[in-house]
Ligand binder design. Sequence first.
Ligand code: 13P
Length: 251
Amino acid sequence: MTDGLVPLIAGNWKMNGLRRDLDELRAIARAAGAGAGPRPEILICPPATLLMAAAEICADSPVRLGGQDCHSEANGMHTGDLSAEMLADAGAAYVILGHSERRAEHGETSETVRIKAHAALRAGLTPIICVGETRAERDAGEASSLVAAQLKASIPPHPGPALVVAYEPVWAIGTGHTPTPTEVAEMHAFIRAELAADLGDRAARVRLLYGGSVRPENVTEWAAIDNVNGVLVGGASLKSADFMQIVSAFE
Ligand code: 13P
């Protein structure tokens, strides 16, 4: 549920997408521009190679763009990396940080994520900070303590109202397995309370996204939950029809 916040429906294309796949983004931009009613905010995070072309496609549409990671420095001797400033220059307004795939494949820690979030804010990007437990951690009853520790260490001290937090249980990503609505409701209420302890009143303005096997078939479950202010969608964001069905659940 929106809790007075504009819901954010974010697509994370991960390492998927060649220029020909921009046709899906064109379809999303067209659909997002149609219709008169209030729409959720729509965000697509394509691979960085497509950002500039994506920015041209979305120039006259409400669709926003984001990166999937950034370096902490603005520029310098960091072969293969991209700075937050570069993403902003290419047309991004957001950047996903601390996705579990980056934590697992690139050894990113919550401390790294906090430094990158600081860089994102410096460049005028809104960070989407990802947290979430593994299956073993949930089974051991450690999901909330793990998420609390990730939040505490990943969020910079003065994030501003633009911050977004995505709860993505690692075991739900790309698996078709999802937590129950009750488990998501409990975790999102817990995250809101943890943020309030650190950020005070500003915590109420932070959008909390659920991510992990969000599909057109299950999205209405997530959209109905308190403190779920949108979703972070992987596989189902690659097809415009699926993604726009997910968007419409939040209208
Ligand atoms: P899936 O929607 O493919 O499970 O991916 C979720 C995700 O990791 C989004 O960042």
